[in-house]
Structures are given as structure tokens and as C-alpha cells.
Design a protein around this ligand. Structure first.
Ligand code: GUN
Length: 294
């Protein structure tokens, strides 16, 4: 059997179509342009590339994009000043501080300076806390896990009653993905670096969300036949046949897993495009909330 390929670019394209319509409505009827502020600290090539893509997409959708790029050795006070400036700027509806931060900065303090109504990454403890609790509504849900749920639904997979296994327990992906699946009535297991018998646990999963950051860690024979596999990993591995000398692979051994799974996301082209699409959706929703549209 060969799995259905879940096309993240196609799902993201339909998200963008609905955002374009919202942006048009906000501009014409409410005279408001949704705005995203990005804060990049240091010169990590991956962070620069991610922030560049986020800014480009903001502009392509007709939204307002503003950004600060600060040196690696910026002080906590300087970083907080920038965040607070955007917090007070009425043109800015979403603030994104690209992670990871350099070690002299306290992540909790910096992210905590983002007002929850502009926390489009959904990383503020109040937003995460509300996400974790029953019958509470976070202002925003973190983008990558939100995108994972959209992809599971796009594959036609029923979440209610399914056994879901999340690999990884990060604040950014693993934990929020597990909360979202629980709220949709899946039976959820979180696996991590100390989990025993991981292959046996994954074999029970109707839905696998792999977010551990280890290249091709999940093997084909861990996958339950027909399962839906969402691969969050983006790992560079050496490949002498490529000009760059490397290629990107996920956390799942894609070629083996696709022979067993019912549906699977590719890397690249699966979760990646959805993360940015959900950030754009959250930024647009922030502006919509301001004018009472949601
Ligand atoms: N670093 C890795 N993923 C993310 C993300 O989704 N948002 C931010 N701000 N930083 C990241």
C-alpha cells in the first residue's frame, strides 16, 4: 500500500485564500490593515530564513510587516524595549519573537512582555495555560500544532476516539499538539527521550505526530497500517548528490513509512507551509478580534 500524500502547500493555499478575503474586508469596511512585527535576535541562518519567509508572506497577503533585527549580544533591557514598543503600536496586531534566543536573554521574560492579545505565536504562559485547560479559550493557538490538526483533518482522518501518539514534549510543538488532540477527544500518549519501548507505543497509534528533531528516527515498521503520520521534523542530512551537499528529511523514515501509513506528510512540503499559514491566520484573526468580527 502507498499512503495518501498530505499536501501542506495545497492546504496552506486554501488558508491564504480565506485570509485574503478577510484582509480585503478589514481594509474596505473597517479601514484596518492586519500587522505583524517580527523580532529576530542574532544571525542564525535558519532563524533568518524563517523570519524572512514570514515577512514575505505578510506582505504578499497585503498585511503590514515590520521587523527588528538585533545583534546576538543584545541586552535583556534592549530586547524588552523593542517588544514593548510593538506592544503599544496600534498598527501591530501580532508580535513574533523568533526562537531560540541567545543565552543571556530570559525567554520567559521576553515572551511574557508580549500582550496576550498580540501573542500570535501562542507562547505566552496564559495562552498555553488556557490551551491546557478544559473549557478555556486561548487567544491564539501555537502555529505548528494548529497546522498539524488542519493537516490531519485535510487527510479525512477522524480524531475523536483515535489513538494518537505525539513524539516530543516541547512547549512549541509536542505539548500543545497533545492538548489539541485531547480536546478533540483523541486518546493521547506523549513519548519523549526517556520513553521505554517507543516502537511498541507508536505501533498502536492511528495518528502519529513526530516532533523530536531527529532525522528519520521513526522507522517504517513502527507505523500501524493505515495510520495518519504528521512529520514535523526538518533535519538536514549529508547528500553528495545535491549541490548543497545536503538534503532535508523529517523525523520519520518517509520512504518506508509511506508503504504502511494511510496518509503521510512529506518533508519539505508538509507541516512547514502550514506553520506560516497559521501565523498569518492568527495575525489576521487578531485584527478581526479588535473590530469585533470574532
Ligand atoms: N522557532 C522555531 N519554531 C518557531 C515558531 O513557531 N515561532 C517562533 N517564534 N520561533 C520558532
Amino acid at each position: 500500500m502507498t499512503a495518501q500524500l498530505i499536501d501542506g502547500k495545497a492546504v496552506a493555499a486554501s488558508v491564504y485564500a480565506s485570509i485574503r478575503a478577510d484582509v480585503e474586508l478589514l481594509k474596505t469596511k473597517y479601514n484596518i490593515v492586519p500587522g505583524l512585527a517580527t523580532i529576530l535576535i542574532g544571525d542564525r541562518p535558519d532563524s533568518k530564513a524563517y523570519v524572512g519567509s514570514k515577512q514575505k508572506m505578510t506582505q504578499e497577503l497585503g498585511m503590514y510587516s515590520v521587523g527588528a533585527h538585533m545583534p546576538e549580544d543584545v541586552t535583556q533591557d534592549e530586547a524588552l524595549k523593542i517588544v514593548r514598543g510593538y506592544a503599544e503600536d496600534p498598527k501591530v496586531h501580532g508580535i513574533l519573537v523568533q526562537l531560540p534566543l541567545p543565552p543571556q536573554l530570559d525567554q520567559e521574560t521576553v515572551l511574557g512582555a508580549i500582550p496576550i492579545e498580540k501573542d500570535v505565536d501562542g507562547f505566552h504562559p496564559i495562552n498555553i495555560g488556557r490551551l491546557a485547560m478544559k473549557n478555556r479559550e486561548p487567544m491564539f493557538v501555537p502555529c505548528t500544532p494548529k497546522g498539524c490538526i488542519e493537516l490531519i483533518l485535510a487527510a479525512g482522518t477522524k480524531i475523536e476516539g483515535a489513538r494518537a501518539v505525539v513524539l516530543g514534549r516541547s512547549n512549541i510543538v509536542g505539548l500543545p499538539a497533545a492538548f489539541l488532540l485531547v480536546h478533540r477527544n483523541a486518546t493521547v500518549t506523549i513519548c519523549h527521550s526517556r520513553t521505554q519501548n517507543m516502537p511498541d507505543i507508536v505501533r498502536q497509534a492511528d495518528i502519529v505526530v513526530a516532533a523530536i528533531g531527529k532525522a528519520e528516527f521513526v522507522k517504517g515498521d513502527w507505523i500501524k497500517p493505515g495510520a495518519t503520520v504528521i512529520d514535523v521534523g526538518i533535519n538536514a542530512i549529508p547528500d553528495a548528490t545535491k549541490k548543497s551537499g545536503q538534503r532535508l528529511v523529517g523525523d520519520v523514515d518517509f520512504n518506508a513509512a509511506k508503504e504502511v501509513a494511510g496518509a503521510i506528510t512529506p518533508v519539505p512540503g508538509g507541516v512547514g507551509p502550514m506553520t506560516i499559514a497559521m501565523l498569518m491566520r492568527n495575525t489576521c484573526d487578531s485584527a478581526k478580534r479588535l473590530v469585533g468580527l470574532i
